[in-house]
Design a protein around this ligand. Structure first.
Ligand code: 3UK
Length: 541
């Protein structure tokens, strides 16, 4: 391995000990990386060097719209600001704070170029959570959108180790843009080692204290050669669009790394609610959509009416769903609306991106897919032994990326015997397709029966009055647990005892009757994380 370029050795000093790390496998020819590797050089400088400089790269509804050459010079200028003005040395952590927009992408690449470590934060985080992030990552620098300044300033008062913060988008013109104007458009990228950490990604936290996962320059490039060419197969002519924040590795990959790895362009929208997303798809002629199952469900009706799909004369041709299990009903709904078969994929912050998926031709309703090229997956029993096909157990994966928690005792609960345990209960069928059951700790055991919450949710979603729902197990004297459903009804339906009975009968007719929700609560909305993930634990409280 090449020598680390990090002068600040914080990341290296806080890696999990080698015996606690997963096994990494690099079997594909495209996974043979050189010892010296900087992902910004690969994804940005090299694309410009290869003649793609004039192609569109990143744009946003309110502007700007940058070509690859423009993104390169913006990033180079910011890299100079980091080094010359903010005193960054390789290995320092840089907090990034912004909604999805081209400037955030430029800042991210600037950090890579300067050999720093990007710590992107969800825009909705408040001072308290930012303080946790700063302390956990020993973060010393920040590049932040002026619009999100107040919470960062409040956090810095409590965490003064973050001594260097520069803001962009200040209407007065001061701040990052003014500093950039005095800097050259050329920057010599730091020659980082392939195994130098380049990002700390915090887990989206449906439970407990935040964990920071560590990913290397090599991991970023590995994510670009597995899912994108083998499953997604986008081209340089594609226009990517979607909702996940770039602080979530689903968004970072899907809206920045993957399009840039093939010379495509990406449209970044700050608030990607279903109507805004649909407007932007039409306006920019987006061809690849990256979002979560609930968003597909919410957009289906309008997507059909507005003919956004290429088969109806619109632009959209490929759609990726991840973040949560995709109900077969949602897959069918989206297909009816657009003629597009969703590409479902399970990914995790710990694994950086997607490791089980299926392309359109291999999609199987109700199954996530098969291990993608580069990864292996299997279902294990409690003792870490593979179970036979058709048996439910714990999902275990390994590949070129894997879990390294920064200085965290929970490393040994995610990684065991070289495998990464995602915390999901799955079964593998005879054809190697993985079928999601539930989070391992969301399995409901009622009167001795194992019931996966998503299966009951899926059944409920089949009822036309149900807009959204969530199922949990609640303690019960007689049965141990009973199935309880939280249901958001579509207007004009209203919650009533009659509606309860109707939904219960509907579920009994759709799946094994013992799985029906004995309790139903009607709600106006369900608690979700900023990444759109259902927070079942908040329903349990
Ligand atoms: C769940 C899924 C069933 C599953 C993510 C794509 O979601 C991402 O990362 P997180 O760390 O959560 C990981 C957990 O989310 N999950 C994600 N996708 C699916 N369950 N089917 C799916 N298709 O419980 C997993 O363990 O927030 C997704 C790319 C990058 C990501 N970080």
């Amino acid at each position: 391995m090449a020598r680390s370029a990090h002068i600040d050795s914080f990341a290296r000093d806080h890696l999990p000990p080698p015996e606690q790390q997963p096994e990494f496998i690099f079997e594909l020819p495209e996974l043979q990386f050189p010892d010296t590797l900087n992902c910004a050089t690969e994804l940005l400088d090299r694309q410009v060097g290869a003649g793609l400089g004039e192609r569109p790269c990143v744009s946003a509804p309110g502007g700007p719209s940058w070509t690859y050459a423009e993104l390169l010079s913006e990033s180079n200028r910011i890299a100079h600001v980091l080094v010359a003005h903010m005193g960054l040395v390789p290995g320092n952590r840089v907090l990034l704070r912004s909604a999805n927009k081209p400037m955030l992408v430029a800042c991210w690449f600037a950090v890579m170029k300067a050999g720093g470590i990007a710590v992107a934060t969800m825009p909705l985080l408040r001072a308290k959570e930012l303080v946790q992030t700063i302390e956990k990552g020993a973060v010393t620098h920040a590049l932040c959108d002026h619009a999100l300044r107040a919470d960062l300033e409040a956090a810095v008062r409590q965490a003064p180790r973050l001594a260097q913060a520069v803001y962009f988008g200040d209407p007065s013109g001061a701040g990052l843009e003014a500093l950039m104007a005095t800097q050259p458009a050329h920057f010599d990228n730091v020659e980082t080692a392939a195994d130098d950490t380049c990002l700390l990604a915090f887990t989206s936290g449906t439970t407990g204290q935040p964990k920071a996962t560590m990913h290397f320059h090599r991991d970023v490039m590995a994510s670009c050669v597995c899912f994108p060419p083998h499953v997604l197969r986008a081209t340089g002519a594609d226009v990517f669009i979607g909702s996940p924040p770039l602080a979530f590795t689903f968004g970072l990959g899907g809206l920045t790394l993957f399009p840039m790895s093939v010379g495509a362009s990406s449209v970044l929208i700050e608030k990607a609610s279903p109507p805004e997303l649909l407007d932007a798809i039409e306006r920019f002629g987006a061809t690849v959509l990256i979002t979560a199952p609930t968003s597909y469900r919410a957009m289906a009706k309008a997507a059909r009416e507005r003919k956004i799909s290429a088969v109806h004369g619109g632009s959209l041709r490929k759609c990726v769903s991840a973040g949560e299990a995709l109900p077969a009903a949602t897959r069918a709904l989206w297909f009816e609306a657009t003629g597009i078969e969703l590409i479902d994929g399970i990914g995790a912050t710990e694994m950086l991106h997607i490791f089980i998926s299926a392309d359109e031709a291999n999609a199987r309703p109700g199954a996530t897919g098969r291990a993608i090229p580069g990864y292996r997956a299997c279902v294990m029993d409690a003792a870490g032994q593979p179970v036979p096909a058709g048996t439910v157990g714990r999902l275990a994966v390994k590949g070129p990326t894997g879990c390294r928690y920064l200085d965290d005792a929970r490393q040994t609960s995610y990684v065991s015997g070289g495998w990464n345990y995602t915390g999901d209960a799955y079964l593998m069928d005879a054809d190697g397709f993985f079928v999601y059951q539930s989070r391992t700790d969301d399995m409901i055991v009622s009167a001795g029966y194992n019931i996966g919450a998503p299966e009951v949710e899926e059944a409920l979603l089949g009822h036309p009055a149900v807009a959204e729902c969530a199922v949990i197990g609640v303690a019960d004297e007689e049965r141990g647990q009973i199935v309880k459903a939280f249901v958001v009804l579509r207007t004009p339906h209203v919650g009533s005892d009659t509606m309860k009975r109707e939904l219960q009968d509907f579920v009994k007719a759709a799946i094994a009757p013992y799985k029906y929700p004995r309790a139903i609560d009607f709600r106006a909305a369900l608690p979700r994380t900023e990444t759109g993930k259902l927070q079942r634990f908040r329903l349990r409280d």
